[in-house]
Write a protein that binds this ligand. Sequence first.
Ligand SMILES: [Zn+2]
Length: 87
Amino acid sequence: MAEERRLDGNAIGGVMIELFGVEMTTVPGSCGNCGAHEQMAETDVYLDAPGIVVRCRHCQNVLIRIVRGNGRTWLDLSGLSSLELPL
Ligand SMILES: [Zn+2]
């Protein structure tokens, strides 16, 4: 994977607001692989993976996959053990 394609979690701020309805870049999440606890802004994001892939900055585990097409969004959160959403 090319270094220049790697962005941080701010790159998906707009998409996450659409999906979750809240500002997500400051939301803490826990990696399901290594247990790292970081804000979403502190992840590695690949926008052309295909779809959007969000990886743990510590172990490169895939935390989130987002694929959009045909008027739908497929959201895979299986790499996260938790997200702490504001009320
Ligand atoms: Zn991790």
